[in-house]
Design a protein around this ligand. Structure first.
Ligand SMILES: CC(C)(COP(=O)(O)OP(=O)(O)OC[C@H]1O[C@@H](n2cnc3c(N)ncnc32)[C@H](O)[C@@H]1OP(=O)(O)O)[C@@H](O)C(=O)NCCC(=O)NCCS
Length: 167
């Protein structure tokens, strides 16, 4: 049985193992640890299968400049599911559970860089993000989702990620 809950410090070694297995390299595990050290984490959830951490998602603070004080945004990165547990809906469940939690903490919009075929399932939109100034080359991989309707539509602000991303 799979259960979802907030990340706790004792999950650190298991989360690191999961991220290295899912991505096949330590970069994302290092990023997650740097985001925690920087105090940039807004929300972090894990999916547990028995005693095993099988999935993980992290949202970090993201500013949209010039800040007019009206957009409080979060970056969804990374999302990972252990290869032994993929295609069972765990990634989707982590996203579905986290979005209302983010809205509850006052996050107005979420930005993700990833595969549009996957993230548009959850309402992320390349079109919604198209007016933003992104540190990435333009394209469908850069997507936004509004938790507060109208919060980011047409916004031409510059997107600034937490320092740990090194952008
Ligand atoms: C991407 C990932 C988190 C999806 O987790 P998951 O639990 O397997 O996803 P779900 O079960 O919710 O959804 C599975 C569906 O998404 C699709 N899917 C998975 N990864 C995809 C991708 N990168 N692009 C497009 N579709 C993808 C699957 O084909 C499957 O489709 P189906 O429902 O039509 O069969 C997982 O594959 C993973 O950890 N991958 C390696 C790390 C990674 O690339 N993370 C995302 C970037 S931060």
């Amino acid at each position: 049985m799979i259960s979802l809950r907030e990340w706790e410090p004792e999950d650190q070694p298991a989360t690191r193992r999961l991220l290295i297995r899912a991505f096949g390299q330590p970069d994302e595990a290092n990023l997650v640890e740097a985001l925690r050290s920087e105090g940039a984490v807004i929300l972090e959830l894990v999916a547990e299968a028995g005693q095993q951490v099988a999935g993980h998602v992290l949202y970090s603070a993201l500013s949209v400049e010039p800040a007019d004080g009206s957009v409080r945004a979060a970056a969804l990165a990374p999302l990972a599911v252990d290869p032994d547990f993929q295609r069972r809906g765990i990634g989707g469940a982590l996203i579905h559970m986290s979005l209302p939690m983010l809205a509850h903490t006052g996050v107005d919009a979420v930005i993700v860089v990833g595969d549009a075929a996957y993230y548009t399932r959850f309402g992320f939109s390349p079109e919604l993000a198209a007016t933003l100034q992104s540190p990435f080359p333009p394209g469908d991989h850069f997507m936004a989702l509004e938790l507060a309707p109208g919060s980011i539509e047409g916004c031409r602000g510059k997107v600034c990620y937490a320092r740990a991303f090194g952008l």
